[in-house]
Design a protein around this ligand. Structure first.
Ligand code: ADA
Length: 568
């Protein structure tokens, strides 16, 4: 498990990253051939990785098998997978022990009664897309396949802690918090078992009690609230984090929280009671050499660049990004928008009416909340991106997802990114209105932005949304790195992109009901070769950095304005 700190001191955890045997299965016959018991052949690859960045495999889309041998003293084991792209079937010593769908969601699989000795873990990975997939085939990023984030195996003994969400309410003056813990406990023993369970936030013990569970029972406990006085807030200029340690007699789980409050309304976004303007970028967690198996040192570099730009926020477009990255944002006081990969352009009305797809989306929200709940940097949950909201079923989906997030998502703003701001039917479910538009690039000229500022205000009044803060969540233009022009309006030049971004940022910044902006996009990304939107080189070239993080003129234009706005 890659975090910036150790999650366990008591629990025995073995890292399963490193060399795995790997075999592609283009005809999908591995099941019949018994690959689940062990691969007959294969090359050694390094996990985490995606296979498409290997020589000759860029466009391989299908099944592949991974095998790893490991030693365990046995008992109850928990296998933690941070990201398998996209469908995973997991086999232990030939037995199917679990499966998971969804490229960017972490999941774990518990296996009981494992014998002591060497074991073979086999994972069948299927990257193919069908009519029930999230995202759909038509998407503006590359559909990589592989085991893209870390894998580990944990020995669970006695009463074990599966999750620990710290819930708190701040006093009006923000100096104290009523905090409690929602603990998911599991008895890893095949007989009744009891243990003392203790939870502490920093130096303050907020819970200590004996808990008894039946054999293999899972139980969720909401502990009583405890007042914590004189707390330090987590804020952008002072990101104070508290350790959270949960212990049983045989297990532990360590995490961190930050106390902060976010609210939107009355034409402002207030972080810890103070108005804030969001200065952000959209970031894919992708690199041409590693795909989605993104190295830690590059995460730090991305954040250094994001800070250098003068940003105070990142939108994790369009899926949950590594928790390691979010840990780094927690530590550096950068606000984060986390969303699931419902990328509207690929979804037609029929798919959006399909109950399996809707439930799959809900499950992705559940997983996002489960693993990311404690991160203070996450201030926004995104439900979907550019789904065509005038479609009838979208109203119900948005209602369903917003109800789930409101009930379970903690103190966060809920939104979706729309591309039809003047036809929207679902603003009522949002705390902030988020708009993706490409005037001056795909359609319209720059004056269309000025007109939008007027029309949107009128539409919000008409639909009863006045006072809800607006964020411009995507806008931008393609630029080929190194292509320069003296003349105005030469598409694909770095100057064209820089001019468009400057125009937009200055306009949005002076518009009273707009409270933030996320540039599309931080850096170029590799994309789906069939997407019909001028993807020169098969990349989306709207990055203000190229895909290797070299700056274009747009980077310096944005930096000049963001740093200026930050000082105002
Ligand atoms: C959309 C979408 C992005 C990207 C962008 C573009 O707004 O949300 O993922 O595809 O358009 O570059 O066209």
């Amino acid at each position: 498990m890659r975090r910036t700190f150790n999650e366990h001191i008591i629990r025995r955890v073995s890292d399963l990253c490193g060399s795995w045997r790997f075999l592609t299965d283009p005809e999908d016959k591995g099941d019949k051939l018994g690959y689940a018991n062990g691969l007959p052949e294969g090359e050694m690859v390094s996990v985490p990785s995606v296979w498409n960045t290997d020589l000759g495999r860029l466009n391989y889309n299908g099944c592949a098998w991974y095998e790893k041998t490991f030693y365990s003293e046995g008992g109850t084991l928990l296998f933690d997978f941070e990201s398998v792209m996209t469908k995973a079937d997991v086999y232990l010593d030939g037995e199917h022990v679990g499966e998971h769908y969804g490229a960017f969601s972490e999941f774990d699989i518990i296996v009981k009664d494992v014998k002591s000795g060497f074991h073979t873990l086999v994972v069948r990975v299927d990257s193919r897309v069908n009519e029930k997939s999230i995202p759909q085939e038509r998407v503006d990023w590359f559909n990589y396949g592989g085991i893209a984030r870390d894998v580990s195996v944990h020995s669970l003994e006695g009463i074990s802690i599966l999750t620990n969400h710290i819930k708190y309410t701040l006093s009006e003056d923000l100096s104290s918090a009523d905090a409690c813990s929602e603990l998911e406990l599991f008895n890893a023993k095949g007989e009744k078992c009891s243990s003392r369970v203790v939870v502490a936030i920093g130096e303050t013990e907020i819970y200590s009690a004996n808990v008894e569970l039946e054999a293999y029972e899972t139980k969720t406990i909401l502990t009583p609230s405890v007042k914590m006085k004189d707390i330090s807030l987590w804020d952008v200029d002072s990101p104070v984090l508290y350790s959270v340690i949960a212990n049983t007699d045989t297990d532990d789980l360590i995490d961190r929280i930050g106390f902060r409050h976010i609210v939107a309304g009355n034409n402002q976004i207030l972080l810890n009671g103070k108005p804030i303007e969001i200065r952000g970028v959209n970031r894919h967690e992708e690199h041409p050499d590693w795909g989605f198996a993104f190295p830690a040192h590059l995460m730090k570099k991305d954040i250094d660049l994001i800070c250098d730009l003068g940003c105070n926020s990142v939108r994790g477009s369009h899926y949950p990004q590594s928790r390691l990255f979010v840990d780094m944002l927690d530590e550096r006081g950068i606000l984060f928008w986390s969303e699931i990969p419902i990328w509207g352009g690929g979804f037609n009305e029929k798919t959006l009416s399909d109950n399996d797809v809707v439930e799959r989306g809900l499950e992705m929200h559940r997983e996002m909340v489960k693993y990311y709940y404690n991160h203070p940097s996450i201030i926004i949950w995104g439900m979907h991106n550019e789904v065509w909201t005038p479609y009838a079923p979208v109203y119900n989906i948005t209602k369903k997802y917003s109800e789930f997030l409101r009930a379970n998502g903690g103190n966060r703003l809920i939104t979706h990114a729309t591309l039809c701001p003047l036809e929207e039917t679902t603003y009522e479910f949002d705390d902030i209105i988020c708009i993706n538009l490409y005037h001056g690039w795909y359609y319209g000229d720059m004056s269309a932005w000025d007109k939008l500022m007027v029309d949107l205000k009128a539409y919000m009044e008409k639909t009863g949304q006045t006072g809800k803060p607006v964020i411009m969540s995507e806008f931008g233009a393609g630029a080929l790195a190194g292509y320069h022009q003296h003349f105005d309006n030469v598409r694909w030049s770095e100057e064209f992109q820089a001019d468009l971004l400057e125009y937009c940022l200055e306009l949005f910044h002076k518009t009273d009901y707009i409270h933030g902006f996320y540039i599309w996009q931080f850096c170029n990304i590799r994309t789906y070769h069939k997407i019909d939107l001028n993807r020169v080189r098969c990349f989306n070239n709207k990055g203000i950095l190229d895909e290797y993080r070299n700056p274009k003129a747009g980077y310096f234009a944005v930096r000049r304005l963001y740093q200026k706005f930050a000082k105002e």
